[in-house]
Write a new protein. Structure first.
Length: 256
């Protein structure tokens, strides 16, 4: 029953990523914690590999269409990749320890995931956040992106696009394509570190990927027919539901 639920969830998450480019972290990680009862490291590792594998096809598609700006990608990853790896290693080491520090870090990361989800909601419905982030410039946003993805597996899309828009005059399509490949690379870094620590649920991951594969034709059908407003509303509802489930899980843990 759990694997069937994971397959259904993977189908929904994959379709959401296809439709909006959002959901690899801010929806998947909270749901794995809240519904499947995973510890945070296992949820982050599983979500990172799921996001990486699912985005490979989309990344190749953008590359063939000429929508990946490689000099821009290399500039961003020079600042983000090292921070991402360092934060992943640090989180895996700290949470693997016992004691108060591990508990504090675990709670802080869940709070960071919640904040990333709220930022994703705001960015879906307002351009003000993107404009504010653009003023920060590339390097601070790249480092923040690497830290957030490396520690929590979430939030890359919220920061990458404003960073690229801040320093380039590229079209929206080329920014989105470059952003997706950057997210793919950072998810790979996080997935490798957490995977080497054994923080991936292979059976759940396999079921999710199978569900995502099955749902892809449905997602394509929806992409051609749904309005931008409908996709935003669907994505917003999924983020709210995922955050609510994680919050309920944390609440039960505290008061059980």
């Amino acid at each position: 029953m759990e694997l069937l639920s994971a397959m259904v969830f993977g189908g929904c998450a994959g379709a959401l990523m296809y439709l909006s480019g959002v959901g690899g972290g801010v929806v998947v990680v909270p749901t794995l914690v809240g519904i499947f009862g995973m510890t945070l490291p296992v949820a982050v590792g599983t979500a990172s590999v799921f996001s990486f594998v699912y985005k490979i096809g989309a990344g190749f598609s953008h590359q063939r269409a000429g929508n990946v700006v490689w000099p821009l990608l290399r500039t961003f990853l020079k600042a983000a990749a090292g921070v991402c790896l360092l934060c992943s290693l640090l989180v895996v080491w700290v949470i693997g320890q016992s004691g108060a520090l591990a508990s504090v870090v675990n709670g802080s990361l869940k709070l960071a995931i919640f904040v990333a989800g709220l930022l994703a909601l705001v960015s879906l419905h307002s351009q003000n956040l993107s404009r504010v982030l653009q003023r920060l410039g590339l390097t601070p946003l790249a480092c923040a992106t690497g830290a957030l993805v490396g520690a929590t597996g979430t939030g890359g899309g919220i920061l990458v696009t404003p960073a690229l828009l801040a320093i380039s005059g590229e079209s929206a399509q080329r920014v989105v394509g470059t952003s997706l490949v950057i997210g793919l690379a950072l998810s790979a870094c996080t997935g490798v570190v957490f995977g080497m620590n054994g923080s991936i649920d292979i059976s759940i991951l396999g079921a999710m990927l199978l569900g995502a594969l099955v749902s892809m034709p449905i997602a394509r059908f929806g992409f051609e027919r749904l309005s931008a407003q409908a996709i935003r509303q669907l994505t917003s509802a999924a983020i709210v539901l995922a955050l609510a489930m994680m919050t309920a899980s944390v609440w039960r843990t505290i008061f059980s």
